[in-house]
Design a protein around this ligand. Structure first.
Ligand code: G6P
Ligand code: ZN
Length: 543
């Protein structure tokens, strides 16, 4: 086997976004495209000679091909060992766990998360650090710099490695260790939750539908929910990972997981419904006739954390991304613990978790997690809910009603305007930014602006600063709106408008969120000119 040095030149646009480099698959399949980026990762992290890495992906189209390239490039650059999931599969939280458990020098995750997969759809590559979390900006910037000056890459000339069975083999001088993708993760879950209580719950006739959305959590959910915990066979649906996610959009929200929503809102609803995304880090929770927003879910988990063995001693603190609702803030306040507000992107939680300042974290974008790994974790959130329900012996709807009675309800919704002309979207944000100082005191629709600013974050651990992380409008009645441009889209710009209104009056806790938030959207539209600028009458997606 021979190491080849291939001459190449920089390819434009290889700048990692919120969560690694994401592009259409044909872009990744272009000559040298993947290879340039992988070599730049090696350069950006200071080389991989003698290092051990974890490798796996969500099983989407091009996953295994890309994995073979990564292996040959790792071998060519002197890596000592790569631990790779069987069939090149690893959910993102399972990869994070393996990196930590095995004390590796990091890992490469092949995924475009919740974006559709297939020959014409999306692919992605992301590097995670030795702590198991996504590379911070300092590192992704170095990777990006390397993509701009690359002149050659190294790759081993070799046959494909057989990834279909667990065991060790070699590729050149490098050891390739193929592992079952589920085993270590399942052990971790068992060490966190009260599996006996959940087993008893199922034994008592509790029913669940877990929709794996044809994505990577299928094998994990089957093994843990149906296998270890005894949920009835067939509780986990769409459990076989498919390269194009069954032609669907593996994003667990009421729009893309509509069949699950329909079931849960209908007469044959099981007690509990849940779904996870392409790479297994997002989750959706829904009770019988009762959808739980990710923001509320975080608040409920925080309020009930001591029912879970791993968190029985209490939480060190909680953290949420800025656009996530303030529901968890109210729980933190009553628990007397810190609540951190970070920019969008899981990577911003890493330091807080590493430094022991936060135990639970969550984002409105269906991400919830804790210090057990350094990624958000879909199945973990589902098991957390099951543990809480088993201990409280209460249906989801009743639990939510209790929660709102205690803490008030933060009505919450996100309106997305997708595939907007990038220039129009930037102009909207620039104009809004330009008038922030003049907004306080002005009337918009039925509301009056109390304060307006652009969110910047100073990391309390490493002192780094992230600017321009979303524009916040606070209104006199306690309402809040946030506007920001998505960092994960692959076509044009996506404008996200996050709407929130805290209500504490006991009689007003069960309204339709869209109705409760209509005045907030109207006021925000009047201020920012959303409909005019985007040319859209209504959002493409409401979550
Ligand atoms: C990914 C990240 C999340 C982030 C989400 C939304 O899933 O892992 O941390 O919240 O993208 O990002 P966006 O920039 O599209 O709103
Ligand atoms: Zn994901």
């Amino acid at each position: 086997m021979q190491i080849e040095t291939i001459a190449t030149q920089p390819i434009e646009g290889q700048k990692p976004g919120t969560s690694g480099l994401r592009k259409k698959t044909p872009v990744f399949q272009q000559h040298h495209y993947l290879e340039n980026f992988i070599q730049s990762i090696w350069t950006g992290i200071g080389g991989i000679a003698g290092k051990t890495l974890v490798l796996g992906g969500d099983g989407r189209y091009f996953n295994e091909r890309a994995a073979q390239v990564v292996l040959r490039m790792a071998a060519a650059s002197g890596a000592a060992r790569v631990i790779v999931g069987q069939d090149a599969l690893l959910s993102t939280p399972a990869a994070s766990n393996l990196i930590r458990k095995r004390g590796t020098d990091g890992g490469v995750i092949l995924s475009a998360s919740h974006n559709p997969g297939g020959p014409e759809e999306d692919f992605g590559v992301k590097f995670n650090m030795p702590n198991g979390g996504p590379a911070p900006e300092g590192v992704t910037n170095k990777i990006f710099e390397a993509t701009q000056s690359i002149t050659e890459y190294k790759i081993l000339e070799a046959h494909d490695v057989d990834l279909s069975t667990p065991g060790e083999t070699t590729l050149g001088d490098m050891v390739v260790e193929v592992v079952d993708p589920v085993t270590d993760y399942a052990e971790l879950m068992e060490s966190i939750f009260d599996f006996d209580a959940i087993r008893a719950l199922f034994k008592g006739g509790f029913t669940i539908r877990f929709d794996a959305m044809h994505a990577v959590t299928g094998p994990y959910a089957k093994a843990i929910l149906e296998g270890t915990l005894g949920a009835p066979a067939g509780s986990v649906v769409n459990a076989k990972p498919s390269p194009d996610f069954g032609g669907g959009h593996p994003d667990p929200n009421p729009i893309w997981a509509k069949p699950l929503m329909d079931l849960m809102m209908g007469p044959d609803a099981p007690d509990f419904g849940a779904a996870s995304d392409g790479d297994g880090d997002r989750n959706m929770i829904v009770g019988k006739g009762c959808y739980v927003t990710p923001s509320d879910s975080l608040a409920v988990l925080a309020a009930n954390a001591t029912l879970v063995p791993a968190y029985a001693g209490g939480l060190k603190g909680v953290a949420r991304s800025m656009p996530t609702s303030e529901a968890v803030d109210r729980v933190a306040q009553s628990l007397g613990i810190d609540c951190f507000e970070t920019p969008t992107g899981w990577k911003f939680f890493g330091n807080l978790l590493d430094d022991g300042r936060a135990t639970l974290c969550g984002e409105e974008s269906a991400g919830t997690g804790s210090d057990h790994v350094r990624e958000k974790d879909g199945l973990w959130a589902v098991l957390f809910w099951l543990n809480v329900l088993a201990k409280r012996d209460q249906p989801v709807a009743e639990l939510m009603a209790d929660h709102w009675k205690t803490y008030g309800r933060n009505y919450y919704s996100r309106h997305d305007f997708e595939g907007v002309d990038a220039e129009a979207a930037n102009t909207l944000m620039d104009e809004l930014r330009g008038k922030l100082a003049d907004l306080p005191g002005t009337k918009a629709g039925d509301l009056t602006v109390k304060a307006a600013d652009e969110f910047a974050y100073d990391d309390p651990v490493d002192g780094s600063r992230a600017e321009q992380q979303g524009i916040r409008l606070y209104f006199e009645g306690g309402e809040r709106a946030v506007l920001r441009l998505s960092g994960t889209g692959t076509v044009g710009a996506t404008l996200r408008v996050y709407l929130e209104n805290l209500v504490t009056a006991p009689g007003d806790l069960h309204e339709d969120p869209q109705k409760a938030l209509a005045p907030v959207f109207a006021a925000t539209d009047e201020i920012a000119g959303i409909k005019t600028r985007t040319g859209r009458d209504a959002p493409d997606v409401i979550t």
